[in-house]
Design a protein around this ligand. Structure first.
Ligand code: ZN
Length: 154
């Protein structure tokens, strides 16, 4: 939904209910259908985002939500209500305890895996060092072999 620029209000078709407003950036007069109220739209002239004003008349009266009050006489004694609340609270606390225990066990598991990872890293580094030693020995052996072949009497 884009606003129409109004170069000349007499020439532009403005329908009943259209919202007329000015771009706050460039001052261009614009019209947009009533459904655009409150939307962010690009200004037809300067392209900047403009919030379409909400006409006062169209602003619905927002009813204040009434907080429902439980009837005092609902057949349950206050003691019974308190007992039920206590039970719900106890269940919630149990659930929190379970979640804390679960979190702790996950943290332990993570620490354990981290230890394994570090031990493996150390092993891999050791293996890499051993392979480097083997490579060096192999290189030296190949040099000796090449020398031996070169010195072989023809
Ligand atoms: Zn503008």
């Amino acid at each position: 939904m884009n606003p129409n620029p109004i170069p000349d209000p007499d020439q532009t078709e403005i329908r009943e209910g259209d919202i007329l407003f000015d771009c706050p950036h460039c001052g261009k007069n614009m019209a947009i259908e009533a459904a655009g109220a409150g939307l962010m739209v690009p200004c037809a002239a300067c392209g900047k985002e403009v919030q379409v004003p909400i006409p006062d008349a169209a602003t619905p009266e927002v009813p204040v939500a009434a907080v429902p009050r439980p009837p005092l006489d609902n057949g349950e004694s206050p003691e019974e209500t308190i007992r039920q609340l206590d039970a719900a609270l106890a269940m919630a606390n149990e659930q929190i305890d379970r979640l804390i225990a679960e979190k702790e066990s996950l943290q332990e598991r993570r620490a354990y895996l981290e230890q394994i990872r570090m031990a493996n890293t150390a092993r891999y580094e050791q293996i890499a060092a051993e392979l480097a030693t083997l490579q060096d020995a192999l290189d030296r052996a190949l040099v000796l072999l090449a020398e031996a072949r070169a010195e072989k009497p023809a």
